[in-house]
Design a protein around this ligand. Structure first.
Ligand code: SF4
Ligand code: SF4
Length: 475
């Protein structure tokens, strides 16, 4: 059952007849909130932004630790140099990412949206700046309603400037993953960045400013495709954020010290804090809604209220559809995490991760590509022998220079010649193209195509070699 189909108490009404198709955006002023989930969001921001802002500056083997050098078609990631021929590893990483998303969504719903999605993270950062300059929710609302005074102009200018500075720094850092960031910094301050670098710094910066500063929840509600299809990964045992209607209703304000239960009231004091802290402006008490990004701010907000009025925490909490519908008690929720679907995702994810790790560990830092010279398929040498000519591309994926020898087999007394002297030296993380000839005695050959094997052997490291198959043509 999808998230939008879940029938739980208080489920929000679906759009019906007579409903406006276009609604003007009402600005949302989320109230700041403290609590365990707010701390987890801070941790999410800290971890993701440490990777984003710090990694491009770190050095490994005298070069950036993480650099996707598109111009030279080399990707540097920690101690590895990847070439376009290593596409299989990228495929592995993408498959792992997709499976991890399936797994985490099946277990914990929109945990990615709530804690690690760039839109959530940058909106959070921009809201911290906004609160630091303009104050919390009520002050922001008052300021927006107030006439333009010098103070308001000053505060708004300060906020916009701080936002623009963070956005520009974000755009600069993004480009720093594709161009060595120290060189980029020099070009940035001397106004000598190339046209593409300039475009992407400002484009990415502008997108960050627009999405996190102004569009905020609208990106999640109207633009994000994941918000639309993630519900198909939910099942009745997926963790969702829910309001305990049985415990909370009938909601209502009450006098301090009054026996509200005797008055027929539930635990919800109808303070509206859960709505005020919500970054998408929804009321979780109406039930599960697709607008809920799973940030858990309403849990923290309501827990604060429960503490204040002396009621048990957890009126809004993580739960599952099956628990809400009373199919099993809350205490057995954890046991239901280990259901077949989750175990299958985990097993496939584990297997692919191990396979990728082993493949990376055993990766030979040498690749060879052989292409036949089409202009000169077979030629006869002065000695009356037959020669086939090829173009050989040698890719040294190591960050040290290597020397290789070239041998061939498959035909009796097959000789290898190259247009440069052997051993063939190839610089660190470099590619070298050599012209290679295979020479054989026609007396040993029958007309047609004969398979031959070419071996490129590192002369200093016996464990490093590359074997390629090609064919020898005989007229
Ligand atoms: S309803 Fe709660 S969990 Fe959902 S977006 Fe709003 S505050 Fe976050
Ligand atoms: S924060 Fe809790 S008590 Fe206050 S309105 Fe929301 S659910 Fe009710």
């Amino acid at each position: 059952m999808s998230q939008s189909e879940v029938k739980i108490p208080g489920k929000a009404e679906e759009p019906g007849e007579g409903q406006e198709l276009y609604a003007a955006r009402k600005k949302i002023y989320p109230r700041s909130v403290a609590g365990i989930f707010a701390n987890l969001r801070v941790l999410g921001v800290a971890l993701t932004q440490f990777v984003f802002y710090v990694f491009p500056w770190l050095v490994w083997n005298d070069r950036p630790m993480m650099l996707f050098d598109l111009v030279h078609r080399k990707f540097y990631v920690f101690g590895y140099v990847f070439f376009p021929q290593d596409f299989i590893y990228l495929t592995g990483v993408l498959v792992i990412s997709a499976l991890a998303l399936f797994l985490f969504t099946a277990v914990a719903g929109r945990i990615w949206c709530g804690y690690a999605c760039p839109q959530t993270v940058y909106t959070e950062i921009f809201m911290w700046i906004e609160r630091a300059i303009e104050g919390d929710r009520v002050k922001q609302m008052k300021l927006d309603k107030a006439p333009w005074t010098l103070r308001k102009i000053g505060l708004k200018t300060a906020k916009q400037s701080a936002w623009l500075a963070v956005a520009l720094w974000t755009g600069f850092t993004f480009v720093g993953f594709f161009t060595p960031i120290r060189e980029l910094a020099h070009e940035f301050v001397t106004f000598s960045m190339g046209p593409w670098e300039t475009f992407w710094v400002f484009f990415y910066g502008f997108a960050t400013y627009g999405f996190a500063g102004h569009m905020r929840e609208q990106v999640c509600l109207y633009m994000c495709p994941y918000a639309r299809f993630q519900s198909v990964m939910f099942d009745p045992d997926t963790l969702i954020i829910t309001y305990d209607e049985k415990r909370g209703e009938p909601r209502g304000q009450r006098k301090k010290g009054a026996d509200y239960k005797a008055d027929g009231k539930g635990d919800c004091v109808d303070c509206g804090i859960c709505v005020q802290v919500c970054p998408t402006g929804i009321d979780i008490r109406k039930g599960l809604q697709y607008e809920c990004i799973g940030c858990a701010a309403c849990i923290d907000g309501c827990n604060q209220v429960m503490d204040k009025v002396g009621y048990p925490r957890g009126l809004i909490r993580y739960s599952t559809e099956n628990v809400i519908l009373g199919k099993f008690p809350e205490r057995s929720m954890v046991a239901h995490v280990f259901r077949p679907r989750v175990l299958l995702y985990a097993a496939i994810l584990g297997a692919i991760t191990v396979a990728l790790g082993v493949a990376l560990y055993m990766r030979t830092p040498l690749k060879a590509n052989i292409i036949r010279d089409r202009t000169n398929l077979v030629r006869e040498t002065d000695e009356g022998l037959l020669e086939n000519v090829y173009r050989m591309q040698i890719i040294n994926m190591d960050e040290k220079p290597h020397r290789y020898t070239l041998t061939a087999s498959g035909i009796k007394d097959l000789k290898v010649t190259t247009n440069v002297a052997q051993p063939l030296e190839v610089g660190p993380a470099s590619t070298r193209v050599v012209s290679m000839g295979l020479i054989a005695d026609p007396a040993d050959l029958k007309p047609g195509s004969i398979p031959v094997h070419i071996k490129l052997q590192d002369i200093d490291n016996p464990g490093i070699s590359a074997n390629e198959k090609t064919s020898f043509l005989v007229r």
